[in-house]
Design a protein around this ligand. Structure first.
Ligand code: ATP
Ligand code: MG
Length: 249
């Protein structure tokens, strides 16, 4: 099947997945359209990371289907998924601490979209001038915010069509958090679709087009980000709501 304009870029239908014999996610339906920023919110342990891991092929998929750009990628291996243009910037950054900034970028260059390493590096350095300044420095010597920038820079080396970001603002100072969100909006403007897991609910809803609230492995609430922000059930879905129907606002 090839992509059509009516088909969402990413479609997840009835996805259940987890680790070993334990299912964490239960019947997830979610879509990301082209050029969209879609936000996944939810408390600790809700299954947000598991959801991204299931899409990128890191976690096992039980039931359901994941379609990206018209292709069925259910259960596909991470190296296959990234080659199709779906890049996962994981929780906890997971950069190579003992390599330099440049070496980290080089290791992430998979030659997917045809741009040279030099071209992509220049694009990353333009987006994050601090990485250019620190290009020969060891990743481990950088601040948390700089390491997050490097993690995003690494993801961009794979020329993503859809970029999945798992809690990019976690543990960062407010000023840096705003910088990171600014960059996410810039990437979106540049045409990259974004699937963003965030615990900073307010900023995420300001930045996102559409939002899903995940709790105990299920989507509890979903709708346009602006409407979710104004919706009184947000807190309830976030804090409890382990039973009941999915709410669409
Ligand atoms: N590798 C793993 N093996 C077994 N269980 C896991 C594994 N990773 C996560 N889990 C379990 O799956 C559930 C969902 O975890 P997950 O990390 O997806 O949540 P999360 O929403 O990303 O939480 P957080 O906000 O803390 O990052 C939790 O109960 C967790 O204990
Ligand atoms: Mg997580």
């Amino acid at each position: 099947m090839t992509s059509t304009t009516s088909e969402p870029l990413l479609r997840i239908a009835g996805l259940s997945s987890g680790y070993g014999r334990v299912n964490v996610l239960d019947g997830i339906d979610l879509e990301v359209d082209r050029q969209e920023i879609v936000v996944i919110l939810g408390p600790n342990g809700a299954g947000k990371t598991t959801l991204l891991n299931s899409i990128s092929g890191v976690a096992r998929t039980g039931a359901g289907r994941v379609t990206f750009d018209g292709r069925d990628i259910t259960g596909a291996k991470p190296e296959h998924v990234v080659r199709l243009g779906l890049t996962h910037c994981p929780e906890g950054r997971q950069i190579f601490q003992r390599l330099t900034v440049e070496e980290n970028l080089l290791a992430a260059h998979i030659g997917r979209g045809g741009k040279s390493f030099e071209t992509l590096r220049a694009e990353v350095f333009e987006l994050f001038p601090i990485l250019k300044e620190r290009r020969n420095g060891m990743a481990s010597r950088m601040s948390g915010g700089q390491q997050q920038m490097l993690a995003i820079g690494r993801a961009l080396m794979a020329e993503p069509v859809l970029l999945m970001l798992d809690e990019p603002s976690l543990g960062l100072a407010p000023k840096v958090v705003h910088q990171i969100f600014r960059i996410i909006l810039d990437l979106s403007t540049a045409g990259i679709s974004i699937l963003l897991v965030e615990q900073n609910v307010q900023l995420a809803l300001e930045c996102g087009d559409y939002a899903y609230m995940l709790n105990t492995g299920r989507i509890r609430l979903h709708g346009r980000a602006q409407e979710i922000a104004a919706h009184s059930s947000l807190g309830e879905a976030y804090l409890g709501g382990a039973t009941g129907e999915t709410l669409h606002v």
